[in-house]
Design a binder for this molecule. Structure first.
Ligand SMILES: NC(=O)c1ccc[n+]([C@@H]2O[C@H](COP(=O)([O-])OP(=O)(O)OC[C@H]3O[C@@H](n4cnc5c(N)ncnc54)[C@H](OP(=O)(O)O)[C@@H]3O)[C@@H](O)[C@H]2O)c1
Length: 244
């Protein structure tokens, strides 16, 4: 039995986590909290916190978990460099899984993207397109950012130099090293991601479409069961799935 606390329980992901956990007898929801609730007070009840709220909230949650030696699963996206540093500091004391996307399909897409960019080589232009529901607060999505990090790492370019967020005006011809990213917002789309590899005469596109948040929720619950058995450190979903 894994005892979990869900932070951000009233949100879209929080509700999906509660529904999925209810169908899994090996998981006990020891707490479901949201804005205004006191995590420190109920933390002793659980072994692991699953955090899906807002980027400014995560460092405080991580510090509390580190203080009380509880494991942490972070699904929240959009963290600043400073917030990431605070999460890394906490991961020196407790095991933390942080993943921009907990779905198995997306983690397969991460793997395929790395393979494709290696195979296709430098002649292919790289672009990432993502679409999410109109209520999403950060852009581009954390998943798109992970895809961009994979592409830039294989190409051995600095992402901050290569990145082009959409294009507007007289931007000139596309340069060889740039990597484009385009964030579309509308309706109730759970999450679509496409990586485009375009060369003269041919184009490869890898697409993943999520149609239910349950896929993220099941992955996050699986990560929670896994992380409580790990030594302190920062892990991702590829570690949980044994893909490394
Ligand atoms: N890694 C993945 O697989 C994955 C998948 C989907 C989403 N996400 C990410 O997960 C995050 C949440 O997404 P969502 O769609 O569930 O958002 P959401 O519907 O806005 O839910 C977030 C919830 O957290 C609450 N919250 C805000 N501040 C809080 C605080 N200080 N303490 C506790 N709860 C607080 C919000 O309350 P208020 O509404 O009152 O502010 C809301 O109920 C986003 O960063 C999103 O990008 C990740």
């Amino acid at each position: 039995m894994t005892k979990i606390i869900i932070n951000g329980a009233k949100g879209r992901m929080g509700r999906a986590l509660l529904a999925c956990a209810a169908n899994r007898p090996e998981i006990e929801v020891a707490g479901a909290i949201d804005q205004g609730d006191d995590l420190a007070a109920i933390l002793p009840r659980a072994e692991v916190v699953i955090e899906f709220s807002f980027h400014t909230v995560t460092p405080g949650v991580a510090a509390l978990c580190a203080q009380q030696r509880k494991a942490l699963v972070i699904g929240t996206t959009g963290h600043s460099a400073g917030e990431k540093e605070e999460i890394h500091a906490a991961a020196g004391r407790i095991p933390v899984v942080m993943a921009s996307n907990f779905s198995t399909g997306i983690n397969a897409l991460f793997w395929l993207t790395r393979k494709a960019v290696e195979i296709l080589g430098p002649d292919f232009d790289l672009e990432v397109v993502e679409m999410h529901h109109r209520l999403k607060k950060d852009a581009p999505s954390g998943t798109a950012t992970t895809l961009l990090e994979i592409l830039s790492a294989v190409r051995q370019v600095q992402l901050r130099d290569a990145l082009r967020h959409g294009r507007a005006g007289i931007v000139g011809e596309r340069t060889r090293n740039e990597i484009g990213v385009h964030a579309i917002r509308g309706g109730d789309v759970v999450g679509d991601h496409t990586v485009i590899f375009a060369a003269n005469g041919e184009r490869v596109e890898l697409t993943h479409r999520a149609s239910s948040r349950d896929t993220f929720a099941h992955g996050a619950l699986r990560a929670a069961q896994w992380v409580i058995r790990q030594p302190p450190g920062l892990y991702d979903m590829q570690d949980v799935l044994g893909l490394k």
